[in-house]
Design a protein around this ligand. Structure first.
Ligand code: ADP
Length: 372
């Protein structure tokens, strides 16, 4: 019925009193999955670590210190894993004490409580749904692994492509440089103009390759648990990196209180750098540029906002500008049209969203959300 490798689908049983464990194991035999009996909690945790579809535990085995150890073990499991636990509880009247006990047991996460005396078909049905839930978790794991692989392939491809493309690019730059230095006198104005166009194109291609690489790296996925990063610090670093452009545009930047978020620091830095960089590039020349950064908490997410009083974005382009190589002004300001596409890819990799609100002529607000 449950086709998967035997260890991944086995039922690990911990019921220390008398023949309970053996009886439980035999009542589960119609499910045709392996059953393993643990004699104590250490054994249970070891077996679950080796692989299991679910655990069936008698309440008397779950003393408070055992629950603590079990919870610690559960918290160390990869994000896709949420092992189902069926607990056979004592029967009796509902009291404040029994309520508290249920709460304690349910803190184990994916728990189903069944009151004893329990009929064999009730245990079977609880274990069957636990195993079905576990199968779904394995499917999510497989899909996640496939995604990680596809992303690694994309990164590898972008890496090789950019490496191979940079070689002829370097030759273009070097030889146009030599031409300028050695043969400038024999070139007329038109010839020098063409040469500068070649140099400009080579530089532009180099920037495009950098951005393509950033795009490929933007959603590198891993199972690592990422510690919270203080956004305040990241914003300060981005502002420092852009110091030249900020000074040149005489921009006033105001940063509100920023939270810490679970993101790779380089990813968050890239988003701020791109969005603040854009506010600087697409400023209105008839007024002083003001950029306002803020963050608010909304429905389980942090929503960051980078607001400017620049040229704004017409509503018809609200979606388009987040596409690859999409630009509204082809030569007004330097850029590859990849900045917002990179931001989108990063934000979505963390389960968030990015969008723009704007009044053309008066400014734009770029907002992105990250799960809190
Ligand atoms: P790039 O800046 O390299 O062109 P982006 O992907 O960062 O690429 O932005 C895409 C386009 O969105 C830009 O070319 C510009 O037309 C528009 N845009 C982005 N940010 C702003 C902004 N703050 N104000 C007005 N327009 C913007």
């Amino acid at each position: 019925m449950f086709r998967r490798n035997a260890v991944e689908m086995r039922v690990v049983i911990l019921a220390p009193i008398g023949r309970d464990a053996v009886l439980l194991a035999s009542s589960l035999s119609p499910l045709e999955v392996d059953r393993a009996i643990a004699t104590n909690t250490a054994g249970l945790i070891r077996m679950l670590g080796e692989g299991a579809g679910c655990a069936v535990i008698a309440e008397e085995a779950l003393r408070r210190d055992v629950i603590h150890d079990f919870k610690t073990w559960l918290s160390e499991q990869p994000p896709w894993s949420d092992i189902p636990v069926v607990v056979l509880t004592f029967s009796g009247r509902v009291t404040r004490e029994s309520d508290r006990r249920s709460e304690e047991l349910e803190a184990l996460g994916n728990v189903t409580l069944i009151e004893r005396p329990v009929r064999p078909d009730t245990v079977r049905s609880a274990v069957r749904s636990a195993l079905r839930a576990r199968m779904r978790q394995y499917e999510i794991r497989s899909r996640q692994e496939a995604l990680i692989q596809a992303n690694a392939d994309l990164e590898q491809f972008a890496h090789s492509a950019s490496h191979d493309l940079r070689e002829p690019l370097r030759s273009m730059s070097i030889y146009s440089e030599i031409l300028t230095r050695k043969h400038a006198p024999s070139l007329d104005e038109e010839g020098t103009g063409y040469l500068n166009l070649i140099k400009g194109a080579a530089l532009r291609m180099d920037n495009l390759l950098d951005d393509l690489l950033s795009y490929a790296h933007a959603s590198s996925i891993s199972d690592d648990v990422i510690g919270p990063v203080p956004a305040q610090q990241v914003v300060e670093a981005a502002v420092e990196n852009l110091a030249g452009a900020i000074q040149e545009s005489n921009a006033k930047i105001n940063v509100g209180e920023m939270p810490a978020v679970r993101m790779r620091e380089s990813h968050l830095a890239q988003i701020f750098q791109n969005l603040i960089g854009n506010a600087l590039k697409y400023r209105a020349l008839d007024r002083e540029l003001e950029i306002q950064l803020s963050a608010t908490q909304l429905e389980g997410h942090w929503v960051f906002c980078i607001a400017d009083n620049g040229i704004g974005v017409p509503a018809v382009y609200f979606e388009t500008i987040f596409g690859i190589f999409k630009r509204l002004q082809s030569n007004a300001a330097s850029g590859t049209g990849m900045g917002l596409a990179i931001c989108k890819r990063i934000v979505e990799r963390y389960g968030g969203r990015i969008w723009v609100e704007s009044e053309p002529g008066s400014g734009s607000k770029f907002l992105f959300s990250i799960p809190a």
